[in-house]
Ligand binder design. Structure first.
Ligand SMILES: C[S@@+](CC[C@H](N)C(=O)[O-])C[C@H]1O[C@@H](n2cnc3c(N)ncnc32)[C@H](O)[C@@H]1O
Length: 241
């Protein structure tokens, strides 16, 4: 998978050289092509802001267009503008985008990108949440990380995005690892029982418990199994009592 990034801060993307994502990048599971929009700025200071209409507005659009033209047409793929007005990124969307061959991310700055550029060149707008950050770079980084986790092999053999929170529409329950006693607190007994069936059921229960307590909205969009429905009924009746 190939990502083209149009940005005025290409250095920020060094973040992708670390950890499991860095390893996947080194292995060639995905590649990053950075395009510095400032390269096309007209004055010697590399200035790309201005105030043509309204408040300080990014004059980024003509330069962004030039940066887009730097990419061979067959490598552009889906053009996504990171934007607080976009559709929220979630796990389903990240998984869907992981099947694209190429994605070109446009990172906005200042007041954003001229609507005419969006209308003509952007296929999709994506938001990473209901808050404002200062530029699209961090949003692109979050998106790339979330997307490439779904590329087969990126997480290694032992781990899988299929066991992550949201993979089945629910939150994952609490996690425990050695030592058995930490600061005088014990690991839940069931996890030491060796009874895999019971442990699986306990994990399912804890996952539902976390979801109902913290993100009950998720339950509106998930198709629960018969067993999960029964566990949820038990949990809900316990909460009412
Ligand atoms: C300071 S923001 C502009 C916000 C604009 N004034 C508004 O109220 O919508 C500059 C850039 O950061 C990026 N950005 C900010 N918040 C974002 C979010 N929640 N998701 C994705 N990108 C975001 C966008 O690329 C945006 O063009």
């Amino acid at each position: 998978m190939n990502f083209n990034i149009l940005t005025i801060f290409p250095d920020l993307f060094d973040t992708l050289d670390h950890g499991v994502i860095g390893k996947a990048k080194n292995n060639g599971s995905f590649s990053i092509n950075l395009h510095d929009i400032r390269k096309h700025a007209v004055n010697k200071h590399g200035q790309i802001d201005g105030k043509p209409y309204g408040r300080l507005m990014s004059r980024i659009s003509p330069f962004t267009k030039k940066s887009l033209e730097d990419i061979p047409k067959n490598k552009i793929g889906k053009v996504i503008y990171l934007s607080p007005q976009g559709k929220p990124l979630n796990n389903i969307k990240a998984k869907e985008l992981s099947t694209e061959k190429s994605i070109t991310f446009i990172c906005g700055r200042y007041e954003g990108i001229d609507q005419r550029f969006i209308d003509k060149y952007v296929d999709e707008e994506i938001s990473i949440g209901d808050f404002i950050i200062s530029g699209g770079e961090l949003a692109a980084l979050c998106s790339i990380d979330a997307i490439v986790r779904h590329i087969p092999g990126v997480l290694g053999n032992d781990d899988s995005s299929e066991s992550d929170t949201f993979s089945n529409g629910l939150l994952k329950g609490p996690q425990y690892s050695r030592p058995e006693i930490f600061d005088e607190m014990e690991v839940p007994e069931i996890l030491l029982s060796g009874n895999h069936e019971k442990i699986k059921e306990w994990k399912e229960l804890k996952s539902l418990e976390a979801t109902i307590n913290r993100r009950p909205d998720l339950l509106n969009n998930v198709k629960l199994t018969k067993k999960q429905r029964k566990l949820l009924e038990d949990l809900t009746s316990q909460r009412i009592l």
